[in-house]
Write a protein that binds this ligand. Structure first.
Ligand code: UDX
Length: 432
């Protein structure tokens, strides 16, 4: 294997995982970030995010001097054969992605080219961004140093990001030249993964289409769940039956509170925006978004059905993160659920194994607890929002004795209804 010099711009989820894992497979990597506090943390081997398995890998590769951190793109690009753009593309009010950071980085890359370099876009960007980045680099590349623009979308999931990176289902590279294709293939060679080579725009669209398709699957099963409730069927069984058909597949058919996080909601919105912009209104995506939003309202209605009057009641929220094994609360169902319950006058106690700190800045007047049992104490109802494994192992008998009323509304169909009912809980799930 050839050891390559790589620069990764942006130390967010994607950048940090990419940089660390590329060092792990033997490359020499410099990660760039313009936030001095983040750099200080990373240089001490500390993590700005919670991502299982990332910290030991970061420490190991920093110690082996394969991984380092710097503030300026110029420092990372001195000998770089490939530079990855992994900066944020935050959503704007109209649903489009803000590409200001990408443009700034493209300019800086252009000004710091010293040798043929592959510039790989890893951030999730609208189709045609590759073209714009290439144009920008050409404009500021005064010395006319050769480079190639590549789209290399990232499919990693928070919570399993390291595993996803090191054992990917596929690596997509959108290229214009054979030279760039060979560099990318060499770079990812140690992973022995399936590599799909496409043109740049198709690669960009694969990311949008994949995330939107998975979101559609979730909303589809949630809509089926609503019908199940109306006719008295069980969505878990329906999903199981559907999933046994290999053409459908069992994954992403878990009904419940729907999807959150920084990828699906944002990418769905952006893809819908792009589709309209290029001349086709991909209206299905609007329905996917609407169904997802309705699930949160529907969940609160279930709490209301259980309690009749929400005003003055204490609700214990189990979970704040948008999914287990992450501390990410961006676009998390918990945030909307809290707002909806508070609007009806509920008092909220909440517990999450890791996301409490990050949630604190997004929510108001919530009593943040150190344990699930503490949150449940004195509550009229438990609202299970995130399926953290520890919730399965709780001493539910003891929890029951601490509650005002033993009611559980399970937004993820995570607990066993029969077992909870045997323990004396009034149990309500989603879609059953
Ligand atoms: C997702 C994509 O999976 C990943 O490929 C992409 O790179 C980034 O976006 P992530 O947001 O980390 O990853 O989480 P994921 O595990 O895909 O879950 C997304 C959301 O969907 C979560 O809120 C989860 O609770 C929800 N979900 C998932 C369901 O409601 N039902 C399901 O069946 C699956």
């Amino acid at each position: 294997m050839k050891k390559m010099n790589i620069c990764v711009v942006g130390c967010g989820y994607v950048g940090l995982v990419t940089g660390t894992c590329l060092a792990e497979i033997g490359h020499q990597v410099i990660c760039i970030d313009n936030d001095p506090r983040k750099l200080q943390l990373l240089r001490k081997g500390k993590m700005p995010i919670y991502e299982p398995g990332l910290e030991p890998l970061l420490l190991k590769n920093s110690k082996a001097k394969r991984l380092s951190f710097a503030a300026h793109i110029a420092d990372g690009m001195k000998n770089a054969e490939a530079v990855f753009i992994a900066v944020g593309t935050p959503p704007q009010a109209d649903g489009s992605a803000d590409l200001t950071f990408i443009e700034t980085v493209a300019r800086e890359i252009a000004q710091n080219l010293t040798r043929y370099t592959v510039v790989a876009e890893k951030s999730t960007v609208p189709v045609e961004t590759g073209e714009q980045v290439e144009r920008t680099i050409n404009r500021y590349n005064k010395k006319r140093i050769p480079f190639d623009m590549v789209s290399n979308p990232e499919f990693l999931r928070e919570g399993t990001a390291v595993e996803d990176f090191l054992h990917p289902d596929r690596i997509v590279i959108g290229v214009k030249t054979k030279r760039a294709e060979l560099v990318m293939k060499e770079l990812y060679g140690p992973l022995n993964a399936k590599i799909l080579v496409t043109d740049v725009k198709s690669a960009e669209l694969i990311k949008h289409a994949s995330n939107s398709y998975l979101s559609t699957k979730i909303s589809f099963i949630n809509a089926v769940g609503r019908i199940c409730e109306l006719v008295g069927a069980d969505v878990e069984k329906v999903a199981e039956g559907m999933g046994l058909d290999p053409r459908i597949g069992a994954s992403f058919l878990r009904a419940g509170l729907g999807f959150g996080g920084f990828c699906f909601p944002k990418d769905l919105e952006a893809f819908h925006y792009i589709s309209k912009k290029v001349g086709y209104d991909f209206d299905l995506l609007r329905a996917v978004k609407d169904i997802n939003e309705q699930q949160r309202v529907h969940f609160v209605k279930k709490i209301e059905e259980a309690l009749w009057i929400i005003k003055g009641k204490t609700i214990a929220l189990f979970g704040l993160a948008f999914k287990p094994h992450t501390d990410d609360v961006r676009f998390a169902p918990a945030i909307d659920v809290i707002e909806l319950l508070q609007a009806q006058g509920a008092k909220i106690k909440a517990y999450d194994p890791v996301a409490t700190e990050k949630a604190a800045s997004l929510i108001k007047n919530v009593h943040l607890c150190k344990s699930a049992t503490e949150a449940a104490a004195g509550a009229d109802c438990i609202a299970l929002v995130t399926e953290w494994p520890e919730f399965k192992k709780l001493d539910w008998k003891r929890i029951k004795t601490k509650m005002q009323h033993p009611i559980i509304v399970d937004g993820r169909n995570y607990l066993n209804p029969a077992e909870m009912r045997t323990l004396g809980f009034e149990y309500r799930g989603m879609g059953r």
